[in-house]
Design a protein around this ligand. Sequence first.
Ligand SMILES: [Zn+2]
Length: 412
Amino acid sequence: MKDMIVKNPSLVNPHGREKRLNPLLLSGAELEEEREKAKALAQLRVTPREAGDLIMMGIGGFTPLSGFMGYDDWKGVCAECKLADGTFWPIPITVSATEEQAGSVRNGEEVAIVSGETSEIIATMKVTEKYTIDKEFECKQVFRTTDIDHPGVRMVVNQAGVNFAGPLKVLSEGIFPKRYPEIYLKPSETREIFKKKGWSTVAALQLRNPMHRAHEYLAKIAIEICDGVLIHHLLGKLEAVDGVPASVTARAIGVLIDRYFVEGTCVHAGYPLDMRYAGPREALLHAVFRQNYGCSHLIIGRNHAGIDEYYGPFDAQKIFDDVSQDALEIRPLKIVDRVFYCLKCDGMASVKTCPHVKEDRIVPSGTKIRKVLSEGEVVPPRFIRAEVLEVLRGYYAGLTEEERDHVFSVSR
Ligand SMILES: [Zn+2]
């Protein structure tokens, strides 16, 4: 079955013309010098989303970007998924400042970028361009909606009025290396791991929540046809109603891999971004950075990176048909439709492989699991592995009543 996937002798190239990772993180004496210099610079505080994007540029996950985007890149990306030089890129990567800040920073001046959460200086940036954007245009293009209830739209609408662009020097990876020492891996590190294993075809499974049976099934299909799978989950922020903290997700994924996967068939790692919930466009971004991490394929499931009913269930699969063949080396694995446990088949299946009726099928979903746990009901058997459920129950049991109300306030 492995012949179905075209074999290359080596891993896919990093994204962009140079075909080389472009990490902006400084090290050694250069880092110390820049840190010292940064203390005296004017400061720009950034949101968690902006800090996450910055760290991705730091570790080469957003290769070939060399800083936050200028107007031409922003416009090309919004309008046709292209940077000004023609390189494929699906979502604007920008940083914003208030008009007052923008007025006090001269063109060509360097600023220190500070995490709004931790107050740590995480980068320096030479501001070579200041520009305003049409936020409605960005939202329409990227999120296909301007509805303020969409969390991604809200992020854009709430960002400050002036975008800054210019070369970036990254000085820190923020909280991630310390908080997730085992699973926070850089693209150069996952590439090294894959090479050591002798892998060339690697499928990435994108996750933002603990794995239930359907995710496990998808990962195992990928293992059947590729050399291995990268189980890669979000370490940044989610909507509170959308899941559990990344540390809980990491534990839940860890127990599943330990008990239900053949040793050496998967690599478990996390990446430092927040969810934007841009559905199809975010699926493309997921593909771009997975190529940088060394993955040849990205599993695209139902409603990938979507939220509520903003996108059709297969929009994130379809959008790859509009991407020209030479834009990306990574390919989507549009493996299946809805995946479920069928009582009659007595196993995991999809509408492609199971001839039975709805009543025979148990369809796992993170939303349902959260609802069932919140209402103290019994989780149906074969919905989620017992070991994973135990991790989740432990998490929910530890919440205060107020936290529980917040987590379960909206059922998505
Ligand atoms: Zn069946």
